[in-house]
Design a protein around this ligand. Sequence first.
Ligand code: SF4
Length: 78
Amino acid sequence: MCLFSEIESQKGDRFMRVKVDRDACTGCELCVDTCPDVFEMYEDVSRPKMKVIPEEHEDCVREAAEGCPVEAIIIEED
Ligand code: SF4
């Protein structure tokens, strides 16, 4: 029971954060096409609309990061 509680609490505390390296971004908009709920264009480069990514968007954020041709999308996970 103790172990179960600990796993539950770790799962509840986990999160994903995402950043875009503005200097590396070429503005190709691929990430916006892949994951429009999370990425948007601002001043010709992409930016995340939120810092902490809701669980339902995590897969598309990973897909966008893998698809970025200049690896400008940085994911941090806890
Ligand atoms: S896919 Fe990469 S280079 Fe293209 S807009 Fe998004 S962050 Fe910028």
